[in-house]
Design a protein around this ligand. Sequence first.
Ligand code: DP6
Length: 400
Amino acid sequence: MASEKPLVAVTCTAPVNIAVIKYWGKRDEELILPINSSLSVTLHQDQLKTTTTAVISKDFTEDQIWLNGQKEDVGQPRIQACLREIRRLARKRRSTDDKDPPPLSLSYKVHVASVNNFPTAAGLASSAAGYACLAYALAQVYGVESDLSEVARQGSGSACRSLYGGFVEWQMGERADGKDSIARQVAPELHWPELRVLILVVSTEKKPTGSTAGMQTSVETSPLLKFRAEAVVPARMAEMTRCVKERDFQGFGQLTMKDSNQFHAICLDTFPPISYLNDISRRIIHLVNCFNTHHGQTKVAYTFDAGPNAVIFTLDNTVAEFVAAVRHSFPPESNGDKFLKGLPVRPALLSDELKAALGMDPTPGGIKYIIATQVGPGPQILEDPHAHLLGPDGLPKPAA
Ligand code: DP6
């Protein structure tokens, strides 16, 4: 049994998720309880993931954490909240399951190392993958088997949605203690195999206003946020669930774009206003609209989080043509060969009609690169001991 070993090490990976019905605003800052429910798509870990090793040992004298090779302050409130919650769940489990006293391992300190295979804080939801991975890895070493929503959520709200693959909803819940504010899978990873996701990376710089501070100001100042939470989101959650279940791309795409637009409208309704979109983001919106108008239907949809990068949803039979349209409108400045990362995309020629329909002057270098990916599974445990980021001494291996 894990609890009897002097040292337990586990390495896990967790995915990024992209919300199509956005979470923006908390009703409880401490417990991270949202003002509205949200729904997201889990992205494939072949392209974007966090890898985390957790090691517990009777010989460790303090909890320690390394992120992307750098030692971090383990005292940060959100890391502390995750550690406290997981130890509480572990104690609870023992006290209900066993008559024996709690195993010693519950008092062991933990060392954690975590790496992302994509730029941190580039608006690519790295905190979601990071805290989901932390919660998952801690649960393995401390032997917690219950739902981890409340652990991941207290790291970063959107992280609870990264605990599952496929399509995931975060039910806002009503209780003051947050027990019913949990993530649930709406449809599994393989439910909609034709769906593709393109991340158009406009900037890899750290965002000026983080989500946490941004949404706090929105809650305090935006009347639109209140209206959205009460009068708009409930019906949108139901409609988005239907679109996903029925694989209705037209409905899915349109609602995804409208919900992104409403989130950014709230940012502008916030005082002082917040703007995450830049000129390139707006040109991408224009490109998507021209592309859809040309085809007479919604073939691609955009969504933007707290940064200028666009996430595009489309179906496999449209990827090549849309990527050609992106290359036409945003000619890669250099490393043309590194412009496209992730899933292979075959080259396609644009018709003169479509070129004319895109109707704007090209912006060279506006998009740095594209990551092509798809819907993916939830967190995974890596069985290969070579995958551990920490050595048997509990310190980062040189490569970590
Ligand atoms: C725009 O989950 O990063 O990406 O709970 O304060 O950590 P905290 O915020 P965070 O907010 C994500 C906001 C969003 C929309 C979404 O993912 O639903």
